[in-house]
Write a new protein. Structure first.
Length: 152
């Protein structure tokens, strides 16, 4: 079985998620959609990506149900790409990647963009997995339970 097919049907949710959005261009398209970009040309200008690559990634994101094609909101002949609920549910993933990058990939005084809470005007707090009782969760106090035959 080809590597791509193995991911698509893997018993691991991380592998399946990577099959759907596991390349840089796809996540950057989703990031731009959160920032309000909707049209092919807007993504093209923002990303500096080749047209054929952008077309392929947009098609894959639509097939995965992360984006949907829609008529232009301004009534023009151009179509738009809009995030679906499934696409909106990727927001914590993109925020987590952003925060990891801020922490580990920038020098102390190196400038970068910030994700701001519009209500407070302040940078959003670091995301941290927590148990139902509020305890922080880490690899040391969690484990993956493999389920037989994929049953919950």
């Amino acid at each position: 079985m080809a590597a791509r097919e193995q991911l698509k049907h893997a018993p691991c949710p991380v592998a399946r998620a990577l099959d759907a959005v596991g390349d840089a261009w796809s996540l950057l398209i989703v990031r731009d959609a959160y920032d309000g970009k909707r049209r092919f040309g807007e993504f093209l200008d923002s990303l500096g990506i080749a047209r054929n690559i952008l077309s392929g990634r947009l098609r894959k994101l639509v097939e995965a149900g992360i984006l949907e094609e829609a008529a232009a909101s301004d009534g023009s002949a151009y179509g738009e790409y809009r995030l679906t609920r499934k696409g909106m549910d990727l927001f914590p993933v993109v925020v987590g990647l952003r925060q990891w990058g801020e922490k580990h990939l920038y020098g102390r005084q190196e400038r970068h963009s910030l994700l701001i809470d519009e209500a407070s005007g302040k940078p959003i707090p670091r995301m941290r997995p927590a148990a139902a009782d509020g305890r922080p969760l880490t690899p040391a106090n969690t484990r993956v339970r493999k389920l037989p035959d994929g049953r919950a």
